[in-house]
Write a protein that binds this ligand. Structure first.
Ligand SMILES: [Zn+2]
Length: 345
């Protein structure tokens, strides 16, 4: 009996020593010190002992129990301390570590240019008008004085969806739609920004999808002088107060007369350089007085109303303004390209 108790003691001490967590330790306590434990089991056999041996075994059993209880308490304190340390270790904050940079997005350079142009014209009393990108042939061409079979349609190779539907090749259909909505009554003062689509092969200066902003003013007594004045204000606000503009005769089916507007080259101040192809001037946009046919088709009386229109490519303006040499940069989503524009804000 004595040996059995000693054995149990050794066994318990080893298990306590090896236990690695509080739950195991608690299980050991229940198992060795509880009423159903092996020590109690052994003591049940005391009846077989002599009266002399009984108190000795009883005392030994108590000593062993106390010893086990002490060890368990000791081990528990040890494990608890270890647990706290582990927790502290895991939650340690190194205040000397540099912070992780927070990545913020930025507005796309084209969005910035478009918004800048919008703000500029809103400041001159214009409203922003938008229209569908999948457009009727009628609004994209016919209402703009480009009947079917007109040679100028070939200048704009189009993505047709059906015979009467296409991806708009210009934002001008928004002008036609706006004029129609006004039912022959002026004034109209709008700019129309948006995406347009043409069957171009993509290269450094061409893209099958690009952006346009067009402007339209229709009212009584609108003249070419109003157009020139407006463009002059635009050019100076957009590119600098020292810029000059010049208008060259051109042709567009929806305006008569038609012009192209150049601004003086900032790089060489007119003496000629690579950017302005040695001319001292840089082409910016096309414009003109709204063709009487266009006014008439949209329900305006060309004897009473006149108007001007202009159209430009924000890509070209952004390229000039930021010195970007390839239009594809706008659409290939290279984060390094885009990040350059977040710095400026
Ligand atoms: Zn130049």
């Amino acid at each position: 009996m004595k040996e059995r108790l000693q054995e149990l003691k050794e066994e318990a001490l080893k298990k306590i020593k090896d236990s690695s967590n509080l739950k195991d330790l608690n299980d050991l306590r229940v198992s060795y010190l509880g009423k159903k434990g092996p020590i109690t089991e052994v003591l049940r056999g005391m009846g077989k002992l002599t009266a002399e041996e009984r108190p000795k075994i009883g005392a030994l059993a108590n000593t062993i129990r106390e010893h086990i209880a002490d060890l368990i308490t000791e081990k528990r304190e040890e494990l608890e301390a270890a647990e706290v340390n582990q927790k502290l270790e895991a939650e340690k904050i190194d205040v000397t570590l540099p912070g992780r940079p927070v990545k913020t997005g930025s507005r796309h350079p084209l969005t910035k240019i478009v918004e800048e142009i919008e703000d500029l014209f809103i400041g001159m009393g214009y409203q922003v008008a938008e229209g569908p990108e999948v457009e009727k042939d009628y609004y994209n061409f016919e209402a703009l004085n480009l009947p079917k079979g007109h040679p100028a349609r070939d200048m704009q190779d189009s993505f047709y969806i059906t015979e009467e539907l296409l991806m708009r090749t210009q934002t001008s259909p928004v002008q036609a739609r706006t004029m129609e909505k006004h039912e022959g009554k002026g004034p109209i003062k709008i700019i129309c920004p948006g995406k347009v689509y043409r069957r171009d092969n993509d290269d450094a200066t061409h893209s099958h999808q690009f952006t346009q902003i067009e402007g339209l003013v229709v009212d009584e007594n609108i003249t070419m002088a109003d157009l020139k004045g407006t463009l002059d204000v635009f050019a100076k606000k957009m590119f600098g107060e020292d810029r000059e503009i010049r208008l060259r005769p051109s042709f567009f089916p929806f305006t008569e007369p038609s012009v192209e507007m150049d601004i003086s080259c900032k790089i060489c101040a007119g003496s000629g350089c690579r950017i302005c192809k040695q001319t001292g001037w840089i082409e910016i946009l096309g414009a003109g007085m709204v063709h009487p046919n266009v006014l008439q088709m949209s329900g305006f009386d060309p004897k009473k109303y006149t108007g001007f229109a202009f159209g430009m490519g924000p890509e070209r303006i952004a390229m000039l303004k930021y010195g970007i040499d390839d239009i594809r940069h706008f659409y290939t989503n290279d984060i390094r390209f885009l990040q350059q524009f977040s710095v400026q804000e």
